[in-house]
Design a binder for this molecule. Structure first.
Ligand code: F6R
Length: 607
């Protein structure tokens, strides 16, 4: 997970850059670098390995203006040549995120004579800014115009030796904030890197471009319209995680999902293919003999497993069962040594899941894989293979970003299994990888529905029950929506596959029972529409999350919100987001303790 620090001040900023990078080390990285505006040009120092090595290597470097970076390899192996900053002429750039159109930019810029010396997507940004400077010599305007051509998620910082004292930064999808003070102005991926110099933070929004000098900050939108962003005084203690502009950790974590997904998917990098090795060095050998999969998990993590079952059977053709860990560990089951046991857990310490994993091993099932957000956790340590989701710390008790990153990991597992089974054509593989890579951008668009969802949530103020409906791979998303609503708003909620309605739950439907339906435009849409008619005919109030092209009209008692993109197999990852937002805002209306709902704990380390 890459980290950025930038500083423009009245005195030497190299120690600030290095200290800032040290604070970002927790994000994970394999190389580090910095560039400053020196006497005779850009001075760049890069090293593979720890920030401490960069610190020694840059001991003789001095400048009042510079940028720095920790890189977690995506496009190209970890080596000095691929480490940031990347340079084009007099400019240097650091970048966090994934540029989706870097290949076409690379071709275009190579044809103009720009020489690429790394395998990274970032180098295209450096040359693109340089090319833009030929017609628009002002660095701020050139970066703004160059960003208009970037597709993907990014946070960048740029310096230009011919325009000393200035840093231009921009963000779209990846985090970036500014630190402002009387002695200098700064930018970083998170506040912890800047507390050494200031507590006054300005959170940039997607589509913002900012210019920093030692005594001034200006911000504009990508179209050039100037904007003001408020200053927040950070209350961050050394150990805590910053809440920033958000009211609750749950809200913050919902909005961190584009970045959490981008970070989790960095492991695929710029590649068009995917290899078993992303699950561990022995994965190729271990997965080759797998004849079926058993997923063990609890709560939200089990819901990601239920979703994956649809993918694993449909795409990889591998029989898959999902079992609640606390049930599996106590029942008599038939062991199958060729079966892959997948333990899914955000914390990696959930007692039931850990016990179920140990139980499977004791039964003689050695093929185990942990999908987990905490690398040093027990579940990871005790599994043969591992995939670490890179969601970052999840503080809110209700799991959000851990869930969507688990889904991304499970989709990668599906692709690997499909490949192992010889069921994945190269074109299909590359299409799926492109869709995965585009997810952060797609999720950002869904998050724009928040205001409309807040309006819906107000109607839940006097409700005591709710019903969630979904079909196929979106049925587990309905389950997750119901779990979110009940755990934080205390509204009793149940989820059903929509086709099951007429077998009992329809008896509950009346005007006081809101029915929330996940309605993507897939092959089950027509069937779902009939189920929705059954609810409407009983006077039920329907809240439908449809795709833009789902063609369900709004009518009396039928409220529709449309997701901007129709996302095929990966659609569950988008469709859960409005349900998270609905629960969050319903809980606010109810006045509950959103981040610490009654009776619940974040990490359930007891049975
Ligand atoms: C619900 C929630 C819980 C957890 C469950 C498993 O929002 O967070 O249902 O998903 O307790 O926890 P982990 O994933 O840490 O094993």
């Amino acid at each position: 997970m890459c980290g950025i620090v930038a500083a423009a001040a009245g005195s030497n900023i190299v120690p600030v850059l290095v200290e800032g990078l040290k604070k970002l080390e927790y994000r994970g990285y394999d190389s580090a670098g910095l560039a400053v505006i020196g006497q005779n040009g850009i001075e760049r120092v890069r090293s593979v390995g720890r920030v401490a090595e960069l610190e020694s290597a840059s001991a003789a470097t001095h400048s009042p203006t510079g940028i720095a970076h920790t890189r977690w390899a995506t496009h190209g192996i970890p080596c000095e040549r691929n480490a940031h900053p990347h340079v084009s002429g007099a400019i240097a750039v650091v970048h966090n995120g994934i540029i989706e159109n870097y290949e076409s930019l690379r071709q275009e810029l190579s044809a103009q004579g720009y020489v690429f010396t790394s395998d990274t997507d970032t180098e295209s940004i450096a040359h693109l800014v340089q090319a833009t400077l030929q017609d628009e010599p002002d660095l701020f305007q050139a970066v703004r115009l160059a960003c208009q051509r970037l597709v993907g998620a990014y946070a960048i910082a740029v310096i230009d030796h011919s325009q000393p004292g200035r840093i231009v930064v921009a963000r779209e999808g990846s985090p970036l904030l500014l630190g402002v003070s009387d002695t200098g102005n700064y930018a970083a991926s998170d506040a912890s890197a800047l507390l050494q110099v200031t507590r006054n933070m300005v959170y940039l929004e997607n589509g913002d471009v900012a210019e920093l000098t030692a005594d001034k900050v200006r911000i504009a939108r990508l179209d050039g319209t100037p904007v003001e962003r408020p200053i927040h005084v950070s209350q961050l203690s050394a150990a805590a995680v910053e809440l920033g502009t958000f009211r609750h950790y749950m809200q913050k974590e919902i909005f961190e999902q584009p970045d959490a997904l981008a970070n989790t998917l960095e492991i695929v990098g710029g590649s068009k293919t995917i290899q078993p090795g992303i699950f561990g060095a022995d994965a190729g050998q271990l997965l080759a003999g797998v004849d079926s999969i058993l997923i063990l998990a609890c709560g939200t993590s089990a819901h990601s497993g239920y979703t994956a079952r649809y993918w694993l059977e449909a795409i990889a053709g591998v029989p898959c069962a999902v079992e609640i860990a606390s049930e599996y560990r106590y029942r008599v089951s038939v062991p199958n040594p060729r079966q892959l046991i997948v333990a899914i857990s955000q914390s990696g310490e959930t007692a039931d899941t850990l016990a179920a994993l140990r139980h499977a091993k004791e039964l003689g099932q050695p093929k185990t894989l942990a999908i987990c957000n905490v690398p040093e956790s027990a579940i990871v340590r005790e599994s043969a293979l591992r995939f670490i989701t890179r969601a970052g710390p999840e503080i809110g008790v209700a799991s959000t970003k851990a869930f969507t990153t688990q889904l991304a990991a499970l989709f990668l597992l599906t692709l690997v299994m499909a490949k192992v089974k010889g069921r994945l054509a190269p074109e299909q593989e590359s299409t799926f990888i492109d869709q995965l890579r585009h997810l952060p951008v797609a999720v950002n668009k869904v998050l724009e529905l928040e205001d409309a969802i807040e309006v819906w949530a107000k109607r839940f103020a006097d409700k005591h029950h709710a019903l969630f409906l979904g079909r196929g791979r979106h049925y587990p998303i309905a389950l997750e929506g119901a779990l979110k609503l009940k755990e934080i708003s205390y509204i009793h909620a149940e989820a059903y596959p929509a086709g099951e309605l007429k077998h009992g739950p329809l008896a509950l439907v009346d005007a006081n029972m809101p029915v929330i339906s996940v309605a993507p435009n897939d092959q089950l849409l027509d069937k779902l529409k009939s189920n929705l008619k059954e609810v409407q005919a009983r006077g039920g109030e329907l809240y439908v999350f449809a795709d833009a092209d789902s063609e369900i009209p709004e009518s009396e008692g039928v409220h529709i919100l449309r997701l901007p993109e129709h996302y095929g197999e990966l659609s569950p990852i988008l469709h859960v987001i409005p349900l998270q937002l609905l629960s969050y805002h319903a809980a606010l209306v109810k006045g509950t303790d959103v981040d610490k709902p009654r009776n619940l704990a974040k990490s359930v380390t007891v049975e």
